[in-house]
Design a protein around this ligand. Structure first.
Ligand code: SF4
Length: 288
């Protein structure tokens, strides 16, 4: 016998499970819904296979994989990998991620230019003080789940690097970007890092240490720059972000789904054909 469970009697984790098959939410799920509820639906509810992969995003993913290799070696007290070894990791990640999907290159970009860019970035990174020679590596790609509010499902996340220098636990999120941004509080991902700090607080408490949050930017181009940008704790901003996440989760639960087309949203969207087939608007604003 099938027993229908009213949504109101479900816990937030059960509600999330019912919608997406996962008993939690992620920060990127929330921001995907905020940008375009239809894209959220295709990606997290329908689980439609993506139609394309942006080469720029793939480059960032491959740089992250190489940096993960570097810090895993440091954590295991092994010799630091060479640039050639990091490029092997970069290539393996590229091959794995692009196996069954069309990679969309920007004008003047191809696989070779992406690898040259990756090599230059990794060479600069290896020579920088961001290899954290003086700090102990506590975690690499450290996963966590944290309860932010009673009404919200657990937030699941992963931080790139956790280090400890005897006094301070530092949470580092690596970013690849065309250029280093000005001013830490202009950054959209700051909210993400503020929420993630709640998931990492137990590590700092266990070590009786202060908690520091930072982005480390690695810029692209012929002469990449590496820059750390500290994010100061901001209770009000973190609280506002939790309330926004709650509103978004409630809208998801009401199954409010609509497309939100714009050049920024749609240019890199991996569900363009799926969207076009679902929402067939004519030029006179009638639905065909
Ligand atoms: S193509 Fe644009 S409107 Fe359609 S799902 Fe993607 S981002 Fe949303």
């Amino acid at each position: 016998m099938n027993v229908h469970t009213p949504t109101t009697s479900l816990t937030p984790n059960q509600k999330a499970q019912r919608l997406t098959g996962r008993p939690h939410i992620t920060y990127s799920e929330v921001t995907t819904y905020q940008a375009c509820p239809a894209k959220h639906y295709f990606q997290y509810v329908e689980k439609a296979p993506p139609e394309r992969l942006s080469a720029t995003m793939l480059l960032g993913t491959c740089i992250h994989a190489a940096i993960e290799h570097l810090f895993n070696a440091r954590m295991a007290a092994e010799p630091l990998p060479t640039v050639d070894q990091l490029i092997e990791t970069f290539r393996a990640k590229w091959n794995a991620e692009s196996k069954d999907i069309w990679v969309e290159f920007a004008s003047g970009q191809d696989r070779e230019t992406c690898e040259i860019t990756g090599r230059t970035m990794l060479t600069t990174f290896l020579a920088s003080d961001q290899v954290f020679a003086d700090a102990e590596i506590v975690g690499v790609e450290e996963s966590f789940k944290v309860k932010l509010m009673d009404e919200l499902p657990d937030l699941a996340g992963r931080v790139d690097l956790v280090t400890y220098d005897g006094k301070t636990v530092t949470i580092t999120d690596f970013k690849t970007a065309r250029s280093i941004p000005d001013g830490e509080y202009d950054q959209g991902p700051v909210e993400q890092l503020l929420l993630y700090s709640e998931g990492c607080r137990p590590i700092a408490e266990q070590l009786n240490a202060k908690l520091k949050l930072q982005f480390v930017y690695i810029s692209k181009g012929k002469e990449p720059k590496i820059q750390a940008i500290e994010v100061k704790p901001d209770i009000h901003r973190a609280c506002r972000t939790k309330l926004i996440a709650l509103s978004v989760f409630e809208a998801m639960q009401r199954r409010t789904v609509y497309p939100s087309p714009s050049p920024i949203n749609c240019s890199g969207c991996p569900f363009k054909s799926r969207c076009k087939a679902t929402y067939q608007f004519g030029a006179d604003c009638t639905v065909r």
